[in-house]
Design a binder for this molecule. Structure first.
Ligand SMILES: [Zn+2]
Length: 229
């Protein structure tokens, strides 16, 4: 392109519009434009053909049963449950169903397969009416709930692969949140005696996490109101 001086036009004829253009561009461009990276949605629908992910593998099958945590909620508690439902598949189906109105953040199968049901930044519906050792109610607000596939009859064993993954998931939660305690559903459920899960869980196998463990019945929790005969 020839923009030679031979055209006879003064230089500012070219430079003024250019300068105005640059000025407008600079004015209209913020100093810092946040770049939101594209993250593919990790949530998958319930597979038509069920397959356990396998030891140490995670599959995210989103439960619709959750809500936001309260503003400024600090997640500092892990609640451990057992499912009573005998399989990982059936527990996942239960949490997938809006009618059940229940969910957990993670469900851990007997072989150490992990299904994530709810983002840990959201509030899963796992603990129900509850209070912790510090007298704080609505434990769902500030906890991550982990379900362990087990009949909860006190006899069904918790295989090592499963217990290892429970410890692993809690350990990961400690990297993400200021976790200060692990509690059983039994300990926090109100009124006292409403829940007894996870029954006969081998708590000593979580000692390496070096966190206070609260399980069994909480003697400080209110007992059910006696029925008038
Ligand atoms: Zn429970």
């Amino acid at each position: 392109m020839k923009v030679a001086a031979s055209s006879g036009k003064p230089a500012f004829v070219f430079f003024v519009p250019l300068a105005l253009g640059v000025h407008f561009f600079v004015q209209s461009t913020p100093l810092y434009t946040p770049q939101v990276p594209f993250v593919p949605d990790p949530r998958t629908p319930l597979p038509a053909q069920w397959k356990e992910p396998g030891y140490g593998k995670f599959l995210w099958i989103q439960s619709p049963n959750f809500g936001p945590r309260p503003k400024n909620a600090v997640v500092d508690t892990v609640v451990v449950h057992s499912t009573v439902v005998p399989t990982l598949e059936n527990t996942t189906r239960l949490f997938y169903d809006t009618k059940s109105q229940v969910s957990a953040h993670f469900t851990i199968g007997r072989d150490g397969s992990v299904i994530q049901n709810v983002s840990t930044f959201e509030r899963a519906w796992q603990a129900g009416v509850s209070m912790d050792a510090f007298g704080r109610k609505n434990v769902n607000d500030f906890s991550v709930g982990i379900e362990i596939v087990n009949l909860n009859d006190g006899k069904d064993p918790y295989p090592d692969a499963q217990v290892q993954m429970v410890g692993f998931v809690i350990h990961e939660m400690m990297r993400r949140f200021p976790i200060k305690q692990i509690v059983s559903h039994e300990f926090i459920a109100l009124p006292r005696g409403r829940k007894n899960d996870p029954k006969n869980f081998p708590w000593e196998k979580l000692k390496w996490l070096d966190l206070p463990l609260y399980y069994g019945e909480n003697p400080a929790a209110p007992a059910p109101v006696a029925k008038v005969p």
